[in-house]
Design a protein around this ligand. Structure first.
Ligand SMILES: [Zn+2]
Length: 225
């Protein structure tokens, strides 16, 4: 049996990707970035025989979290986001998101969230927002893993860092961190902006101009133009 339940859903008017990740043994699943169409997300999980227990937030922008309230109301899922995003960014930047406090779980880098027996390791990757995070899951079948990158890394480009609360210096360091991951890692971004919906870190390091920048100065010059 596969070690992982994994589904990429394209939802909403902004080319967002929403993900379902679950444990095929316990049939529990997490939604990464619940947004746009919660009934459809729940329907997919149900159809595949999964119960949603967690919502994992890559970051706090509206187009990634606008389904959190609805999802929590319908499933009582535990919401996990980086502490800095929950304390500063979501209250100040996104406004109006009400999540029952008992459902909130602040997460930190290196920490793993368990969904059933599945371990999802969170990597804090600030830059696009202060509390952006990527999620890494081991896939024994490939001898490597898969990575959900939110708006930090896209196929062919990286997340904007000219927005309020963005920080291009931090983005450079976050991308440097991702470049050090096992090259066979397959990553899945938060938007369908590339030639393909997914890519390997290895290919991306060869082709993505923002990963090819070999100094902070060069990177800053690229994002400022
Ligand atoms: Zn964003």
């Amino acid at each position: 049996m596969a070690s992982l339940y994994f589904k990429q859903l394209a939802l909403g008017p902004m080319q967002n990707f929403v993900y379902l990740i679950g444990d095929p043994v316990t049939r529990e699943a997490a939604v990464v970035d619940p947004a746009w169409n919660v009934p459809e997300i729940i329907k997919q999980a149900k159809k595949d025989g999964y119960r949603i227990t967690h919502a994992l937030l890559s970051h706090g922008h509206y187009d990634h979290i606008n389904g959190v309230e609805d999802l929590v109301a319908k499933t009582d899922a535990t919401v996990c986001a980086q502490a800095v995003e929950l304390e500063r960014f979501i209250p100040e930047g996104a406004g109006g998101l009400v999540i029952p406090r008992s459902s909130l779980k602040k997460t930190a880098t290196g920490q793993a969230v368990k969904v059933g027996n599945l371990e999802i390791t969170l990597i804090h990757t600030p830059g696009h927002t202060p509390g952006s995070q990527c999620m890494w899951i081991k896939t024994p079948e490939t001898g490597s893993g898969l990575l959900l990158t939110g708006d930090t890394l896209f196929v062919g480009t990286c997340g904007r860092c000219d927005l309020p609360y963005s920080n291009p210096h931090q983005m450079y360091h976050s991308l440097t961190q991702l470049k050090k991951l096992d090259e066979k890692t397959v990553f899945y971004p938060g938007h369908d902006y590339g030639m393909t919906p997914t890519n390997t870190i290895e290919n991306e390091k060869r082709t993505n101009p923002f990963l090819l920048a070999d100094s902070l100065d060069q990177f800053l010059e690229m994002v400022h133009h």
